[in-house]
Design a protein around this ligand. Sequence first.
Ligand SMILES: NC(=O)C1=CN([C@@H]2O[C@H](COP(=O)(O)OP(=O)(O)OC[C@H]3O[C@@H](n4cnc5c(N)ncnc54)[C@H](OP(=O)(O)O)[C@@H]3O)[C@@H](O)[C@H]2O)[C@H](O)CC1
Ligand SMILES: [K+]
Length: 504
Amino acid sequence: MKIFTAEQISNCDQYTIKNEPVSSVHLMERAAEACVEWISENCNHHRNFVVFCGNGNNGGDGFAIARMLYQKGFDIDVFTNTKIKFSTDAQENFRHIKEISGITIREFKEVLNYRFDSRTVIVDALFGTGLSRSLNGDVKDLVEFLNQKKNIKISIDLPSGLLADTVSDSDSVVFMADYTLSFQFWKKSFLHAETGKFAGKVEILDINLSEDFIEETETGDFVIDDEVIKSIFKIRNEFSHKGTYGKAAIIGGSYGKMGAVVLSTRAVLKAGAGLTFTVAPKCGYEILQTSDPEAMFIEGGKDYIENFDVEETAVCGIGPGLGTHEKTAKSLLNFLKSCSKPLILDADALNIIAQDPANLNLIPVKSIITPHPKEFERLFGKTENSFERTELAKNKSRELHIYIVLKDHHTQIITPEGKVFYNITGNSGLAKGGSGDILTGIITSFLAQKYSEHEAAILAVWFHGKAAEFASEKHSKESMLPSDVIKEFGNVFSELNDKVQKLL
Ligand SMILES: NC(=O)C1=CN([C@@H]2O[C@H](COP(=O)(O)OP(=O)(O)OC[C@H]3O[C@@H](n4cnc5c(N)ncnc54)[C@H](OP(=O)(O)O)[C@@H]3O)[C@@H](O)[C@H]2O)[C@H](O)CC1
Ligand SMILES: [K+]
């Protein structure tokens, strides 16, 4: 799914109005209907809604939602500011609810005397994509007041005070939603930590904006949705043998860190590679042969890796548990100098490279590196916030011609062309040691199976998150272990096969 800026979204609105054609007030009706449908389906314990409406079209949505919820039998109160001029469509929807005697309309300042029942849902329709500056004055006080309420909070399109495309000043006040019902597109600010925390759980509601506009309008930012995944995933060919699915090698492990390489190797195996090798120090021989008997062991040193030699045709994932021993570092840098095929580089491999900025140029083009924010900072330097980090990653991906998998709650895959793919699968159960080792294994496995670097990185990140979702259903986010995530790979493949299978 393409991610558009607030300006592009407004253009998409206008294009739809002109070319569908549909009147703008009817489009507002469609947006409100989508919200009301979602609320009716999901809201089982709450009958009272208090809707806060601004003066632009976001407020117009709020008035229309209030009317429709009332017609469905919910108890509704509305707050607004009648002293400021409404937009044309907001004015029309305001007129409609004024005619409904069962809905009381109050001024914002009356909120201080309003009795919030614990089962009242607060709906924020103050500002959406038209927000042009930080909240101040009365509306800022209102949002701060509402944020203190324990009631469930739903934002329409965007939490008020949040900009769609960028980070606001750190002292800006933003409505703190539990749910955000947003129209048609993910907004970039939902996907970054500093801003996404205001949106709560995001639901994207389809309001049928122009497909032609969406198709023709260029953007560099994407969300990895089912369409992207379906276009990448290939069903396993029945007329195949182990050679069809490539050779993969995980290179890592050191005394006391053998678990990382065990997990990574197991992830390669369970993600479907044809032949799997583990290059690890001798001290890991028994551990690896017992834990991952399907993989072949290659001795790469005694207590730490000193030798990166593997079969030339194998795709190499380097780093899990590798350690940063001087001799390991020296031999890794020598290996990089002699290597021209794309590699997957993670963890200590990145920490070794980060020891000298000149090492960055040794990374073979089209390699995939998988830093978490701290590793990214060691490699490329500090940034003010995650939006700037993504921009820096785009510059570095272009400059070094590599793929950067920037691990975060919404991991981003940044391509050498400067495109950013945001992942929306996964959960906080992955915030544990060992999760990254599994991701390295999955990418290595997919690259060995002849997915392109671009495809392998995107599919693997999505796949890893999806397996985590299955694992958390069984074990909870708290208790699930990286090895539980690996056990769910089969379920993810079943889901993938169902998605792409041609059914009669
Ligand atoms: N995208 C769609 O497909 C649809 C969107 N809809 C809804 O429309 C809004 C966008 O509506 P818009 O009228 O453009 O903008 P807002 O309602 O968000 O707000 C605009 C008004 O707010 C003023 N403003 C802006 N920032 C502030 C501020 N910090 N404090 C006070 N006032 C502010 C702004 O005034 P300006 O001075 O900046 O001109 C406007 O008066 C979208 O989010 C959806 O909810 C449609 O309903 C249908 C389809
Ligand atoms: K809003």
